[in-house]
Design a protein around this ligand. Structure first.
Ligand code: SF4
Length: 200
C-alpha cells in the first residue's frame, strides 16, 4: 500500500525533460530499459570543476549580469514537486519579493537549444512551488563567455513541459520505444547508438 500523499506517477527528473526534448528515446532507455550510462570523461570532470568555481565566484559577484539590483541567491537548490512527481537540483535561485528566477550555469559557448529552454521551464515550475512565488523568467549563465541569457517562461512552455512528462511516462508504462530525434547528427555522438538499430 502506498503511503498517504505519495504520488502514483513515475518519478522523473528535470534531466529527463531536457533529454526527451533532445531525443525522446534517451529517457526511455534510462527508465524503460534501465540502461544506465554514466561515463565521466575528463572533459566532464573539467566542466564540473569549472561549475564549482563559477558558484564560488558567483557568491561575490553582483546581480548585474542578470540586470537585477536585488535578490537573495540560493545555490545548488534541491527542488521537488509531489504533484508533478518531478525533482532536480538547480544551480542557483534568485529569490525576490515578487518572483523567483532560476539560473543554470552552462560550461559552453554554444547557444541555447530547445532542450535547455524546457529544462529551465521545468526548473521554473519547481522553483515556484518551493519558493511560493511566480517564475516568469530564467537565465542561463555561460561560464566561458561570462554572460547571462534570459529566457521567458511562457504558459505554452509550461504546457509543453507537462506533455513531455506525460509522454515519458506513457512510453515507459506501455514499453513502447519512442521515435528518435530527426537531427541525425546527434546520433553520431550518442552513447545509446548501439541500441538504435534504425540509425546505423
Ligand atoms: S542514437 Fe539517435 S535516436 Fe538513438 S537515442 Fe541517440 S540520439 Fe536518439
Amino acid at each position: 500500500m502506498m503511503p498517504p500523499g505519495a504520488s502514483r506517477l513515475l518519478p522523473l527528473t528535470v534531466s529527463d525533460v531536457r533529454q526527451f526534448v533532445y531525443c525522446p528515446r534517451i529517457p526511455y532507455f534510462r527508465l524503460g530499459l534501465r540502461l544506465l550510462h554514466r561515463f565521466v570523461t575528463s572533459a566532464m570532470r573539467e566542466g564540473q570543476a569549472e561549475h564549482a568555481r563559477t558558484e564560488a565566484l558567483e557568491e561575490r559577484r553582483s546581480l548585474r549580469a542578470y540586470g537585477l539590483t536585488d535578490g537573495e541567491r540560493h545555490f545548488d537548490v534541491a527542488l521537488h514537486s509531489e504533484g508533478l512527481a518531478l525533482g532536480g537540483r538547480l544551480d542557483m535561485a534568485i529569490v525576490r519579493a515578487g518572483e523567483v528566477v532560476p539560473v543554470e550555469f552552462k560550461n559552453s559557448r554554444e547557444g541555447l537549444g530547445l532542450n535547455h529552454k524546457y529544462q529551465l521551464t521545468a526548473y521554473a515550475m519547481l522553483a515556484e512551488e518551493r519558493f511560493e512565488r511566480p517564475a516568469r523568467r530564467a537565465f542561463v549563465y555561460f561560464i566561458p563567455l561570462k554572460r547571462a541569457q534570459q529566457v521567458e517562461i511562457t504558459p505554452a512552455m509550461r504546457g509543453y513541459t507537462r506533455r513531455v512528462l506525460g509522454a515519458i511516462r506513457d512510453a515507459v508504462a506501455q514499453e513502447r520505444m519512442p521515435a528518435g530525434t530527426r537531427a541525425l547528427n546527434r546520433c553520431r555522438v550518442c552513447e545509446f547508438l548501439p541500441y538504435c538499430n534504425d540509425r546505423w
